[in-house]
Write a protein of this length. Sequence first.
Length: 424
Amino acid sequence: MDANPALSGPRIFHGWLVVAAAFAVMLMGFGSAYTFSAFVEPLQAEFAASRGSVSLVFSLAGFLYFGIGVASGPLADRFGSRPMAVAGMVLVAAGLALASAARSLTEVYAAYGLGVGLGVGFSYVPVLGAVQRWFARRRGFASGLAVSGIGVGTLAMPPLASFLIGELGWRGAYLAIGGLVAVVGIGAALAIESDPDARGLGPDGDPVRPDAQAAQPGWESPGGASIRDAVLSRPFIGLYLACLLSSFGVFVPFAHLVPYALDHGIPQGSAVVVLGMIGIGSTAGRFLLGGLADRMGRRASLLAMFAGMALALGAWAGSTGFWPLAAFALAFGAFYGGWVALLPALVADQFGGRNIAGIIGILYTSVAIGTLVGPSAAGFAYDAGGSYALPILAGALANVAAAGVLWGTSRSATAGSARDRTGR
């Protein structure tokens, strides 16, 4: 006699389909955002603008797509991730289409900065939160797969943008990318589901049976810390500060690597390929390091990511040729990808699943501040001194400081746990 399908579950766990949809949403959203480096020179030429003022377009968008998670996360916890993701993809598509018709740099700020910024912000944290609820034992690996969409977007979308700029001009390129987001991004967003409960499943596809829940390995209750308790805890404060420091340098390459390469005599096509190398490294980092951290410990692995990004940024400061820059981009991308993959899983480990999207959204306000300051400050530093050396080295040192903060917080938490066990 066949097993009860409600208990045996589907052949393919539906959580992996949610991961695939999250992958596509992030590919479209972040891929569109990270095409910006290919548009820097066309926008400078079109509006006779400085590099710093053009870079502010990317910084504004980055500030919004990380900062708006403080609102989109709790909204997703309450109303579901799907409507937030759909709204986000609509905004990205509309923002790109409106940017194609901009008559001034201010209108680019409004269309691209607000449209892409709010759109990615409305979709990113909600789909991340959804993925966390579908997995427990394989949470790090599932998160890595989902956010690898960002890496693939960084690999594929800038070369596509460069090609479209050559064929259609920058305005036509923005319009074409907006159309792609409308078709692929909105379609993927419609496949997002907030949690496995509606399908009678627990995390990782385990059947939900009241008499067996406590015995299921890796099963965790839908409870967890309140948002207030989480954000006032020492682990959260340490993680917030570490991410804030790191973000001052992390997003500088996404806005300035192509202009940096062009300044050093590398042709436009090769410069965009260098940026795409971040996507290759990032994809590998998200696939490999997320699963590795499930076995080695996510907090220790995150510490390694900060240290690795610091070393990579330091190497960038001395790189001028195509191959050294490509090597930097691959290494930096791998550590960056691991960082992005580990953060949501680490938050879920620490604070549970009940308010996961809201807690992640608050954490990402730290990244929002760093993204607003870092790329724009690097552009203005270049305008003032004709060199990127100072902002690149400052970004490397900021990641060293981030690693120090996380290490100190981890030691303090370990010592506190030891005192609790011994009663001293």
